[in-house]
Design a protein around this ligand. Structure first.
Ligand code: AHR
Length: 497
């Protein structure tokens, strides 16, 4: 089947923000304990952080890491996680039915983030937490010195402020599962007052209010409208979340990104409606701060314990392909989605997986995330795509092969990300780059395979991995490539002078 993609240099969609390649660590399952932190492990540093995990995270070039939750956030008192470790209280985390030892808190996490080459995106509790708690946390983290909270941080070993710029004001407050869930008006009012006090503590911070926890929420998009009507002038982003799982039909699963795309468009429309209502000049940006494949239906009850093995999804090649569609969708909406957090980063629905006392390995979704993070920076161009490769499934008759095209002016490179969601047919594809003058293909990789159910494991860490394919060349800057059935492809081109 044939596809033609024409990429026009001036057909720009928007600049990709480095924060589009962010992630998330929650106090949940084994994300923190035996994930990033395992004192006594053979690779652990003096603070107990696993260096093997740090190396794997560093390679992903993660922009921000959202912390500490998640559902955990809405019952968490950040003050439990500071000061001498031996005096920190052990608490019940009622969100995840887990015993929280508080051995890691904001100070340690800020240290970890530095080591992993990333930045903290902090979150304040809008469930059991008060507005005063939120403002105190900003003061503790960001105020230089000379006040009770900032001096306490210094006493706790951090002379320099953490300078945390991005702050989530609560988590999924529209969800009845959230501790102290609120309705949209009550959350909107609370968030507004919290932002005022937080920004009056540090005017340089940027805040993210809770939008809808999913496009399937009955309150969506009304929730978002009401929250924005209360916070539009003060908030910098509104967050949205979306997870998908394979419910039995592979084709529908692979096309999940069409739902994500509609979600983004409706959320932008909701923001723009409130913008008009407020006669505002400000354009509200989206923080898609939880996205991934998550087999939520497999979640089972467990007894009270520390570091339970929950949400430990083991991802297949098929999952990685569905995931790639989501990554392409985020890139193609880079004009409005300025933050996106892959949820999560280690062990809990994560690209990096560890075993206590043993090694760490890359799950299948690690590869497409790394590809977009390494090569997806620059300006998104909207390609003109004509394809015979179509599938009919839950989303109607839609193209089975999708693209995101990035122009990196600084490096004089164009990258084409291509996903063929058709499991049975490859796509003979012509990529027309003539608007760039003379070009040369410099790299081509593929993630594909016969067994779509294959997964990596500690014993077999390379069952799924990206493979290099010899680049093809062209005299007229029109490149012929064959995109294999069910494949994720990265093609990089150098623009010649
Ligand atoms: O990432 C797992 C959970 O999904 C988060 O705690 C919550 O915010 C969302 O429902």
């Amino acid at each position: 089947m044939k596809t033609k993609v024409t990429i026009v240099k001036d057909f720009t969609k928007g600049k990709v923000d480095d924060k589009l390649f962010s992630s998330f660590i929650e106090h949940l399952g084994r994300a923190v304990y035996t994930g990033i932190y395992e004192p006594g492990h053979s690779t652990s540093d003096e603070q107990g952080f696993r260096k093997d995990v740090i190396e794997l995270v560093k390679d992903l070039r993660v922009g921000l890491v959202r912390y500490p939750g998640g559902n955990f956030l809405s019952g968490y008192n950040w003050k439990d996680g500071i000061g001498p470790r031996e005096s920190r209280p052990v608490r019940l985390d009622r969100a995840w039915h887990t015993i929280e030892t508080n051995q890691i808190g904001i100070d340690e996490f800020a240290d970890w983030a530095k080591k992993a080459g990333t930045e903290v995106m902090a979150a304040v509790n809008m469930g059991t937490g008060t507005i005063q708690d939120a403002a105190d946390m900003v003061e503790y983290c960001n105020y230089p010195s000379g006040t009770a909270w900032s001096d306490l941080r210094i006493k706790n070993g951090h002379k320099e402020p953490h300078k945390i710029k991005y702050w989530c004001v609560g988590n999924e407050m529209d969800g009845p599962w959230q501790i102290c869930h609120l309705d949209a008006v009550d959350y909107g009012k609370k968030a507004r007052e919290a932002i005022k006090l937080m920004k009056w503590t540090d005017e340089s911070i940027q805040t993210i209010v809770c939008g809808s926890a999913s496009s399937s929420m009955p309150t969506y998009p009304e929730w978002d409208r009401i929250v924005l009507e209360h916070t539009y002038d003060l908030a910098d982003f509104i967050s949205i979340h979306r997870y998908f799982e394979n419910k039995g039909d592979d084709d529908d699963f692979l096309a999940s990104f069409y739902d994500m795309e509609q979600f983004i468009k409706t959320s932008c429309a909701t923001c723009d409606y409130v913008k008009a209502l407020k006669r505002s000049k400000k354009e509200m940006m989206l923080s898609f701060d939880e996205w991934n494949i998550w087999y939520q239906s497999k979640l089972e009850p467990h007894p009270w314990m520390t570091e339970p093995r929950i949400l430990e999804d083991h991802y297949s090649l098929l999952d990685a392909l569905a995931f790639s569609g989501m990554a392409i969708t985020l890139l193609n909406h880079a004009d409005r989605v300025k933050v996106a957090c892959l949820a999560q980063l280690v062990n809990v629905i994560a690209p990096v997986f560890t075993e206590p006392g043993k090694g760490a390995y890359k799950q299948s979704i690690y590869f497409p995330f790394r590809d977009v993070s390494l090569y997806g920076r620059g300006t998104v161009l909207t390609p003109i795509v004509r394809t015979e490769n179509k599938l009919t499934q839950a989303y109607g008759e839609v193209p089975a092969v999708i693209f995101s095209t990035i122009y990196n002016e600084e490096n004089e490179e164009v990258t084409v990300f291509a996903l063929n969601t058709n499991k049975n047919e490859s796509s003979e594809t012509q990529i027309d780059l003539s608007s760039f003058g003379k070009t040369q293909m410099i790299m081509r990789t593929e993630l594909s395979g016969k067994d779509l159910g294959a997964k990596n494991s500690l014993e077999n860490p390379d069952a799924i991995k990206t493979v290099e394919i010899s680049p093809v060349q062209s005299d007229n800057n029109i490149y012929d490539v064959n995109l294999n059935a069910a494949s994720w492809n990265v093609l990089r081109f150098k623009i010649c002078k």
